[in-house]
Design a protein around this ligand. Structure first.
Ligand code: CAA
Length: 382
């Protein structure tokens, strides 16, 4: 067992940390107020190679692996959670098309995604009545001459309004349950694809969340990834990897909040001493630091397994469950340590608490992670 990151992983991490400090942190509070999409920031990150960390070199990525990707995403989230989720979903889409799209499809989209030309990718799986239960989707794909016509609506789509390209799931066979679902690569500017609504959220204001309508969107035959009816499994595989990204995002947000709380607790004095020396405050911060460390190790383990081609569904679900639940508690502790100052916008912990909340919901709620973990337990029990 080797806990030391490689030179390459450290380089990617340093690059991300520097980018977060220089590009993201200074504008994060303003972006929270303006809800502006981080267009310029995404392009700057792309120029630094941070959008294709785990993507093959042949498709414009750095091929530095999932561990480096997780380390980098933690740093970006420490700077701005909104940018981190935009990067995370873009990476998930790029990896999915790179691995399961035809060579023509992969070459057409992936280099443009990771270079920042298309800015963002979107993962159009959920629907108004089909969030946790993805297989209950109603969007249909009907065979037409030379391709498919997609009709339906998609909900909670990160970057849905800014996506240069998305993967959208639809039923090619309505009678086959999850085995009738297929995955399609859809250009962001496809005719018939419209934004019906942009959500107003508790946090992550710099990340857009759209409801999309697909009204007779036509795509060619080779836009279908894998085989007809194989789309549900592709979604699950992509979400296994995506969950490492969301765990990393939660860790980064929590780390930023904890650092702020430790700083504050060292500077703020009451009753003649720094408040960190009061047992109640010190103990809360000690617990928070311990949880953060455990979450980080679990997430890096899941990343390591993915990178080395080993099964990791269970470990990714555990990492996401633990990291996001604890990150929420850590951000709450960070706010509590700041007292009244934590509840107002002058300090960053108020935003961290709002931003981190979504991580317990998207890419599979904590309750879904527990289902995945429990089913895995049953399988390994024989
Ligand atoms: N890898 C590969 N295949 C998998 C798999 C995995 N991790 N998990 C399931 N499958 C396969 C199964 O083997 C099965 O295949 P067969 O029928 O060939 O045996 C098939 O998929 C169906 O599996 P289940 O019976 O387990 O499916 P289910 O309907 O009971 O659902 C679930 C399982 C885990 C609850 C799943 O529906 C799920 O993960 N739901 C949550 C969805 C989710 O995370 N949505 C997030 C939306 S995207 C998002 O948030 C992005 C964003 O913008 C931020």
């Amino acid at each position: 067992m080797d806990f030391a990151p490689t030179e390459e992983q450290l380089l990617v991490q340093r690059t991300a940390r520097d980018a977060a400090e220089r590009i993201l942190l200074p504008r994060a509070a303003a972006r929270d107020l303006s809800s502006e999409f981080p267009l310029a920031e995404m392009r700057e990150l792309a120029a630094l190679g941070l959008l294709g960390i785990a993507v093959p070199e042949a498709l414009g990525g750095a091929d530095a692996g999932t561990v480096a990707y997780s380390l980098a995403l933690q740093e970006l989230a420490r700077g701005d959670g909104s940018v981190a989720v935009t990067v995370s979903v873009t990476n998930m889409v790029a990896e999915l098309i790179a691995k399961y799209g035809s060579p023509v499809l992969a070459e057409a989209w992936v280099p443009r995604l990771v270079s920042g030309e298309l800015v963002a990718g979107a993962f159009a799986l959920s629907e108004p009545q089909a969030g946790s239960d993805s297989a209950a989707m109603r969007t249909t794909a009907t065979k037409i001459d030379g391709g498919w016509r997609l009709d339906g609506s998609k909900q909670w789509i990160t970057s849905g309004d800014h996506a240069g390209v998305m993967v959208a799931w639809a039923k090619t066979d309505q009678s086959a349950g999850h085995k009738g679902i297929s995955a399609f690569v859809v250009p962001g500017d496809a005719k018939g694809l419209t934004v019906a609504r942009l959500e107003e959220k508790l946090g992550l204001h710099g990340s857009s969340t759209a409801q999309l309508v697909l009204d007779g969107v036509e795509v060619p035959d080779d836009a279908l990834m894998g085989v007809p009816g194989g789309g549900f499994a592709l979604a699950m595989v992509a979400l296994d990897g995506g969950r490492i990204g969301i765990a990393s995002q939660a860790i980064g947000i929590a780390r930023g909040a904890l650092e702020a709380a430790v700083r504050y607790a060292g500077e703020r004095h009451t009753m003649g001493q720094a408040i960190i020396k009061h047992q109640g405050i010190g103990a809360m911060l000690a617990d928070a630091a311990t949880w953060l460390d455990a979450a980080t190790l679990m997430t890096l383990r899941a990343a390591y397994l993915k990178q080395h081609g080993q099964p990791y569904t269970q470990q990714a679900a555990m990492a996401k469950l633990f990291a996001t639940e604890r990150a929420w508690q850590i951000c709450d502790i960070a706010l509590q340590v700041h007292g009244g100052y934590g509840y107002v916008r002058d300090f960053p912990v108020e935003r961290a608490l709002r931003d981190v909340r979504a991580t317990r919901i998207y890419e599979g709620t904590s309750e879904i992670q527990r289902i995945v973990i429990a089913r895995g337990l049953l399988r390994t029990a024989g």
